[in-house]
Design a protein around this ligand. Structure first.
Ligand code: ATR
Length: 279
């Protein structure tokens, strides 16, 4: 008999029932024959801090953090990765042996890795990028694109002040473009990314024309329901390369899984099909 519990990890949010992370990590655990568990834990705001502090004592190696705690959790961390600190939010925490918390944000990593693996010859350094939106997801995407070497980044957001705020964080490489001139801002953009919820099931489509995009532009959406958003449909009709948003969700989970369960899992077509089958 052993006193060691199997490796444990969780996704923490309020609510958390919608999260696809337990199915995703469960798929990898089973595929690799690992003795571990990944469970959803819904923590009410008044229980959040005590709940997180209890996890390492219960044997958890870490957790993914989702709405509404991605910013709050930073206040509890004793160390924060550069990318999480720049974005001002964490989606992944790991516990050190003394129970202290290291916070990271893997959303931008997931975004870039999805593009790199789906379109291996995509080169972020080849020209400007246009990012639509200025919320939490946009922060991660902008930060990751700049780190990947995008020479100029254009940001457009319905609420201009938020785009301006985002641009101010990064300096001259990031320029704010007018929401009503989105279609013009596409001109010369080698990468176009929607980070808003526009185009999601039940939401209006993003109102943009890709007519001015260069023929070798790559168009991507962080929305993955539907898999092919109106933006991606338009891009395909124009013969542009497209990458859907499902891969970002899958890739952002890789660093946490590797850390907690000791194996670097793959994102492949079988996994995509499994996740799509969940509905
Ligand atoms: P997330 O963390 O998913 O990015 P968020 O921080 O709430 O969520 O950001 C949502 C983004 O979608 C914002 O850029 C938001 O624009 P505003 O800053 O103007 O609110 C954008 N968004 C959501 N609904 C929108 C709509 N109907 N039209 C235009 N932009 C929308």
């Amino acid at each position: 008999m052993t006193h060691e519990t199997p490796a444990l990890a969780a996704v923490i949010g309020w609510p958390v029932g919608h999260s696809k992370s337990p199915a995703l990590h469960g798929y990898w655990l089973q595929k690799h024959g690992l003795r571990g568990h990944y469970i959803p834990i819904a923590l009410r705001p008044e229980n959040f801090e005590a709940g997180i502090r209890a996890l390492p004592k219960l044997g958890f190696g870490g957790a993914n953090i989702t709405i509404p705690y991605k910013e709050t959790v930073l206040h509890m961390a004793s160390s924060v990765s550069d990318r999480a600190s720049l974005i001002g939010a964490a989606n992944t925490i790991s516990f050190r042996p003394d129970g202290s918390i290291h916070a990271d944000n893997t959303d931008g990593y997931g975004f870039i890795e999805n593009l790199r693996q789906t379109v291996p010859d995509w080169d972020p350094r080849s020209g400007p990028a246009l990012v639509v939106g200025a919320g939490g997801a946009a922060k991660a995407v902008v930060s990751a694109l700049l780190t990947a070497g995008v020479p100029e980044l254009r940001v457009a957001n319905r609420t201009r002040a938020r785009a301006q705020n985002l641009a101010d964080t990064y300096g001259a490489k990031v320029v704010v473009v007018d929401w009503y001139h989105l279609s013009e801002a596409v001109s010369g953009a080698k990468t176009v990314a929607n980070t808003t919820s526009l185009g999601m099931v039940g939401q209006p489509a993003l109102n943009i024309s890709l007519d001015a995009a260069p023929g070798d532009a790559l168009v991507t959406d962080i929305v993955y329901a539907p898999l092919v958003t109106p933006l991606l449909e338009q891009a395909r009709a124009r013969g542009l390369r497209t990458v859907d948003g499902l891969g970002m969700l899958l890739h952002q989970a890789v660093p946490g899984f590797q850390h907690w369960f000791g194996i670097r899992p793959e994102v492949d077509e079988a996994l995509r099909q499994y996740m799509l089958g969940l509905g």
